[in-house]
Design a binder for this molecule. Structure first.
Ligand code: AMP
Length: 402
């Protein structure tokens, strides 16, 4: 199914004040330096297009979780500088997102100028979806564009309530691309459709498994969530991560989907683990983990089997690391799977923050068809949930002029 929302190309933005919601929530190091510019670069197609139409471009975003307070470390000022470098043009920065000063500066803008407003979440009204705050934000633009896929699962003022103040709410190019790839996975994935899934908690990933189990041809399950599956099969998992509540549901799921769910054959385990420190390391001979030991990565037999299962896939969707990637010793499974998926001739789609970071750190991002910029949004969409920020965008074919 094609994306059925109006996009920035469907409205006249020539010389207009175009207010674009982006998600510049880029990772920062301890000194506040931007460690990955992809979250910023992802918006260049929409911004460049708006510049080509001589629009006056006003960008708004959140960064981190300031919880309604001004947190100087979470100012978007350095993002404005980085964006200017990427766009090769000056990006002006305003130290607020609403108010008289913002209004004055916005009204004085010239065509092709780009301005970034201050962190929306410095106001608690943003997350509260406050209509008055939304109205003030809206007063900066004549056209509203939502390109922030990463924020589309939240009914926040700049994504949801704001749309009431515009006759149309249209999507940017990143939103369109995200939805086209992810929607294809839900409606018409090239077959065989293989889903590789990992991550820490079974609770956060079961939604995807349950929603996509009928659509997928194979589910490769690794990472912290796999131990609950092993437990459901009566295997021993030592002190590995487990979601006890999920054992009965998983038992039923495994019975009903025999052969579709592929689980690890062996694990890399340790007898002591706390954040960055770990004890002795061993590889198990099979899927059982002895008492006092904990699985932190998939083992070599599993890696070989999982890679074999990717062979001939039409579409591969990957979400979540297969081990504790923060420690190189336990990042082997994820790294080998990342290379194998990237080398596949299938349509390859990756989602989730850590998954994207693993791919980026290996410098193989260009080999994927699509890497989602939205962790939570991507998960919720794949679980089949309605995304509030998407629901409020104007459908194609609806004439709002009469
Ligand atoms: P998620 O956000 O659910 O995709 O989880 C990502 C996190 O899962 C990473 O930070 C990994 O360290 C963690 N993870 C993956 N495999 C394991 C495992 N076997 N045990 C504990 N944590 C894991």
């Amino acid at each position: 199914m094609a994306f059925n929302k109006l996009t920035i190309k469907d409205v006249d933005i020539t010389k207009k004040r175009v207010l674009i919601r982006v998600d510049f929530n880029a990772p920062l190091d301890n000194e506040g330096n931007i460690t990955d510019v992809r979250k910023i670069a992802a918006y260049l197609p929409t911004i460049n297009y708006a510049m080509s139409q001589k629009a006056k471009i006003i960008l708004m975003s959140h960064l981190g979780r300031p919880k309604g307070k001004v947190v100087p470390e979470l100012s978007l000022q350095r993002i404005a500088i980085k964006l200017g470098e990427l766009l090769k043009t000056e990006v002006s920065f305003v130290g607020d997102c609403i108010g008289e000063n913002v209004q004055k500066l916005v009204m004085a803008m010239n065509p092709c100028e780009v301005m970034l407003l201050e962190n929306l979440r410095f106001y608690q009204e943003e997350e509260a979806n406050d209509p008055n705050f939304a109205k003030e934000l809206a007063s900066s633009g004549e056209v509203y564009v939502d390109d922030a896929f990463g924020a589309v699962h939240r009914a926040h003022a700049s994504v949801s309530a704001i749309t009431k103040y515009f006759d149309k709410a249209v999507a940017g190019f990143l939103m369109e691309k995200e939805m086209e790839y992810l929607d294809r996975v839900l409606t018409n994935p090239p077959k065989p459709f293989v889903i590789a899934i990992g991550g820490s908690k079974v609770s956060t990933k079961m939604g995807i498994v349950e929603h996509l189990i009928k659509k997928a041809d194979l589910f490769l399950i690794g990472g912290g969530m796999s131990y609950t599956f092993q437990k459901a099969l009566g295997k021993t998992i030592g002190s590995s991560l487990v979601g006890e509540n999920y054992v009965p549901i998983i038992k039923k799921l495994l019975e009903e989907n025999m052969g579709k769910i592929v689980l690890p054959l062996d694990y890399k385990i340790t007898d002591m683990f706390s954040k960055t420190e770990y004890g002795n390391v061993q590889t198990t001979v099979d899927e059982n983990i002895p008492d006092g030991w904990m699985g932190l990565d998939i083992g070599p037999k599993t890696i070989e089997k999982f890679i074999m299962k990717l062979d001939g896939a039409g579409c591969i969707l990957w979400n979540g690391p297969f081990g504790v990637i923060e420690i190189p010793e336990f990042a082997v499974g994820t790294t080998k799977m990342a290379y194998a998926i990237s080398d596949s001739a299938a349509v390859t789609i990756a989602g989730g923050g850590e998954t994207a970071e693993s791919i980026n750190s290996l410098e193989i991002a260009h080999k994927f068809n699509h890497i989602s910029t939205g962790g939570g949004a991507c998960l919720e969409f794949l679980e089949g949930r309605e995304l509030p920020g998407l629901a409020v965008l104007t459908d194609k074919g609806i004439n709002t002029d009469c």
